[in-house]
Design a binder for this molecule. Structure first.
Ligand SMILES: *[C@@H]1O[C@H](CO)[C@@H](O)[C@H](O)[C@H]1NC(C)=O
Ligand SMILES: *[C@@H]1O[C@H](CO)[C@@H](O)[C@H](O)[C@H]1NC(C)=O
Ligand SMILES: *[C@@H]1O[C@H](CO)[C@@H](O)[C@H](O)[C@H]1NC(C)=O
Ligand SMILES: *[C@@H]1O[C@H](CO)[C@@H](O)[C@H](O)[C@H]1NC(C)=O
Ligand SMILES: *[C@@H]1O[C@H](CO)[C@@H](O)[C@H](O)[C@H]1NC(C)=O
Length: 406
């Protein structure tokens, strides 16, 4: 059980099972398409992959689906909903990537990209069949992507605000009281159902309203595919470390990185973007009361490299649930590797239960110095957000600066 959930969060099972489980997980309506749709019509619907591979505007996402093996999964009946970004949308997202896009079979980074795209694509797969018809102002739908920050993650279909699709019986509970009121006032109880509105956008967990592109289709198995004008982003997947630092409470850490760059004429963040691994990222709270303005760049670099464990395989990335001992936890920091003190300079990620869990039950423990630097003791920093996924990294936000024993 524990083993299984560890593998699951590592993403490998997500990769293998991508879309394959959609049939089992879909809502009952998806399982009985025959009741609503006559059989002959079913037969004429294209298989999902056959349709996708024939759409010129979906060739980029088709390449990604092929990379992660989803093409095979989509070559049979599909019962859920796929939201597929157009080529322009994929290109725009690709322009925000900082890590080298190495996806040939011989590339060392390919396994990391597969893991990353598997998670990202899972966020574009809805468990239920969702047409663009909409009766409410907005409606949340579960996706196949789950992590400790969303079990599962969801997207929200937004209705056309210039359309009032209120069904009389639903008016009382409608999220759009204005529309409900006018409906009731005009037509009273006896009013027949109006036509539904068409959703105009899908809102992702980062608050982006992504509009629908032209093409959509119903596919064999009862599922549906919509094309969309941007890559959807859950609250914990980002195209780069820089995007993570910009999106959250990390301005002090960014300042420290700039201080190091200026002092040593290097580019720490750009180098980290290219190096796969697990990063403990101190939030602004970690810097309260610390004055690092006069610290020398070499000391700061030492501290930063104590927060990062480089890895060569995606399964070594330290995701929740944190269990130890394993081959990946404790993890050896970059400082441990560069100074040849691997045994001493390790971080151990911990949590109370082995189930997926939220902060503050997670922390990282690390050896630090006490008194006059002759005694090394273990200290801990609380993880305020775990499992932030970047193409080559997993990032855990911590509320304390980890100071290596000196
Ligand atoms: C929104 O609804 C209005 C009124 O029904 C319609 O004219 C318009 O085309 C709709 N917009 C979209 C993007 O569907
Ligand atoms: C997205 O749409 C919602 C509902 O229409 C609106 O409240 C919100 O401001 C929009 N967000 C952006 C970033 O446009
Ligand atoms: C900084 O590094 C770059 C390239 O590594 C080099 O061209 C430049 O001269 C260096 N600047 C200083 C001030 O050392
Ligand atoms: C530092 O170490 C010395 C020798 O071990 C010890 O006598 C002294 O009390 C220590 N000082 C502090 C401040 O802990
Ligand atoms: C610190 O943690 C490490 C790894 O968990 C352990 O081996 C060591 O004994 C601990 N040291 C102290 C002083 O507790």
């Amino acid at each position: 059980m524990r083993h299984q959930s560890r593998r699951r969060t590592c993403g490998l099972v997500i990769l293998l099972a991508l879309l394959g489980h959609a049939a089992a997980a879909a809502e009952p309506a998806g399982k009985r398409p025959g009741k609503q749709q006559p059989e002959p019509e079913q037969q004429q619907r294209p298989v999902a992959w056959a349709w996708i591979s024939q759409q010129p505007q979906l060739s980029s996402i088709a390449g990604i689906l092929t990379l992660i093996g989803a093409d095979k999964q989509l070559s049979g009946p599909f019962t859920g909903t796929l939201l597929l970004p157009t080529n322009e949308a994929v290109a725009e997202y690709a322009s925000r990537l900082q890590a080298p896009l190495q996806i040939a079979d011989t590339d060392a980074l390919q396994p990391f990209w597969k893991l990353f795209f598997s998670s990202l694509i899972d966020y574009h797969v809805l468990l239920a069949r969702v047409y663009a018809k909409q009766w409410e102002a907005s409606r949340q739908h579960s996706t196949r992507y789950f992590s400790s920050n969303g079990l599962p993650h969801s997207v929200t279909f937004l209705a056309n605000s210039s359309c009032t699709p209120v069904l009389p019986s639903r008016a009382a509970g409608s999220a759009n009281p204005k529309a409900a009121g006018s409906r009731r006032g005009k037509a009273g109880k006896a009013a027949p159902p109006t036509e539904p509105c068409r959703s105009v956008a899908v809102q992702d967990e980062q608050g982006n309203n992504v509009t629908f592109a032209g093409a959509r289709t119903a596919v064999q198995g009862g599922g549906v595919i919509h094309t969309v004008n941007a890559v959807l982003q859950p609250n914990d997947i980002f195209p780069s470390l820089a995007a993570v630092l910009a999106a959250m409470d990390f301005s002090d850490l960014s300042g420290v990185l700039q201080q190091i760059d200026a002092g040593l004429n290097i580019t720490v963040l750009a180098d980290l973007e290219k190096t796969p691994g697990t990063l403990a990222a101190p939030t602004n709270e970690a810097f309260i009361g610390l004055d690092l303005s006069g610290a020398d760049a070499a000391t700061l670099l030492r501290i930063v490299t104590y927060h990062f464990c480089p890895d060569t395989q995606p399964w070594k990335l330290v995701y929740t649930p944190f269990t130890s001992p394993t081959k990946r936890n404790p993890c050896i920091t970059l400082l441990g590797r560069t100074t040849g003190q691997a045994a001493l300079l390790q971080l151990t990620y911990k949590q109370q239960s082995s189930a997926l869990d939220a902060a503050p039950d997670m922390w990282v423990s690390y050896p630090t110095s006490a008194g006059n630097n002759t005694v090394t003791v273990n200290s801990t920093a609380t993880i305020v957000m775990a499992d932030i996924t970047v193409p080559l990294h997993v990032v855990h936000a911590v509320s304390k600066l980890l100071l290596p024993p000196s």
